[in-house]
Write a protein that binds this ligand. Structure first.
Ligand SMILES: NC(=O)c1ccc[n+]([C@@H]2O[C@H](COP(=O)([O-])OP(=O)(O)OC[C@H]3O[C@@H](n4cnc5c(N)ncnc54)[C@H](O)[C@@H]3O)[C@@H](O)[C@H]2O)c1
Length: 359
């Protein structure tokens, strides 16, 4: 008897940007069991070729626009530097794709983030931003625990990270908001220092900054980026103070201090991933993606408000009206004087700087 093996692959995926993070996107799509990678693109053709060969992808391009024109693609992963995310999202939405998974940070200004949401909505394209902690067992356990109100009311989340607000601060803001049920910000106050000519993957960033965010339900987030330290904590470390106890959350575990003493939350296993949920969203099986662009747009608004607060030397009430990046504005206007000259990039080697477009 002849057995017919039906292929489960339903969707064609294209990858734009073939550097460090791209492999995890390819694997993520393949793991869904219903997607195949049909082509990859990078301005550095050798990188596109190397990635295509690593995953046996048939076609590779040096120009993603060409790839969008020639290929029939359902989903796009954007794995390029943040200053290109808006432009590429718009071009992808204007092609025939159904869904876009764009790497964090969503963009480099609120105006860009707004445009990405607006263009994707107009074309009926689903846009998710890759903040993977929304699918992570420890962070899911924190969200579930807090939703039961077991520690009373959350009051203040406090965390510190390194390597730039947009880069790693975006993860922290996104994750804390996820635990808390995605509250909207009411006001923000912040301070920024930039005395060295510091960049991250081609984007000018601050040397350090601090932001206090008050959400509409009264809970606050205090975020420190690159502040001086005397001891180093975990890569992701946030303390959440509640009226009846506190939580200490890292990527490895969530510890709870309540009137009964210390305990650990049991991680919540969930097979859903950023990739499978984008497919489900496109197919109408879920109403919303956990890491949708609508939430990342709000994270962008918070980060830009921290910069704007420093620029205006005042508290900023939301919604933020400033569409351009206030850090870029301050740099351009000479409001943040570089004292130690010499451009450096904390991620991108000097030999790649010639590939960058000015932000
Ligand atoms: N979610 C996470 O935890 C996580 C981790 C690492 C990186 N990232 C994000 O992923 C993005 C890429 O980071 P990376 O570490 O892979 O950088 P990378 O420098 O290793 O790779 C980026 C690639 O994009 C290519 N590129 C740039 N502009 C392009 C364009 N217009 N068209 C086609 N290709 C272009 C570059 O040539 C490069 O090969 C960044 O936004 C970064 O913040 C996210």
């Amino acid at each position: 008897m002849q057995v017919l093996v039906m292929s489960m692959v339903k969707y064609a995926v294209g990858i734009i940007g073939c550097g460090g993070i791209a492999s995890s996107h390819i694997q993520g799509w393949l793991d869904t069991g219903s997607a195949e990678i049909v082509a990859v693109a990078d301005i550095d053709l050798a990188k596109a070729e190397a990635l295509a060969s690593k995953f046996s992808v048939e076609r590779f391009y040096g120009d993603y626009v060409e790839m969008l024109k020639r290929e029939s693609i359902d989903f796009i992963s954007i794995c390029t530097w943040a200053q290109t995310h808006a432009e590429i999202t718009v071009k992808a939405a204007e092609s025939s794709v159904k869904g876009v998974l764009c790497e964090k940070p969503m963009a480099v200004s609120l105006g860009e983030a707004n445009m990405m949401v607006e263009v994707c909505d107009r074309h009926g394209v689903k846009l998710a931003i890759r903040h993977q902690r929304r699918f992570h067992p420890v962070h899911l356990s924190v969200k579930e625990f807090l939703s039961k109100g077991r520690l009373g009311k959350p009051l203040l989340a406090h965390g510190r990270r390194e390597d730039g607000l947009l880069n790693n601060g975006s993860h922290m803001i996104n994750t804390v908001r996820f635990w808390l049920g995605d509250p909207e910000p009411e006001w923000v106050i912040g301070q920024v220092e930039r005395k060295t000519d510091r960049y991250e993957r081609g984007i000018p960033i601050e040397d350090l900054c601090v932001g206090l965010v008050s959400f509409k339900d009264g809970v606050k987030l205090l975020i420190e980026m690159d502040t001086p330290i005397t001891y180093k904590l975990e890569w992701f470390y946030v303390v959440l103070e509640c009226t009846e106890g506190l939580l200490i959350v890292t990527d490895e575990e969530a510890k709870v201090l309540s009137s009964e003493g210390w305990s650990k939350l049991r991680p919540v296993e969930d097979k859903t991933t950023e990739f499978s949920q984008l497919i489900d969203w496109v197919e109408g099986k879920v109403n919303m993606h956990r890491s949708s662009s609508y939430q990342s747009r709000i994270d962008m608004e918070i980060m830009m408000a921290i910069y704007e607060s420093s620029r205006l030397r005042s508290l900023v009430r939301m919604p933020l009206k400033t569409l351009e990046n206030p850090l870029f504005t301050m740099i351009k206007n000479g409001e943040l004087k570089v004292e130690k000259h010499g451009r450096y990039d904390i991620r991108l080697p000097r030999e790649m700087w010639n590939l960058l477009k000015p932000p």
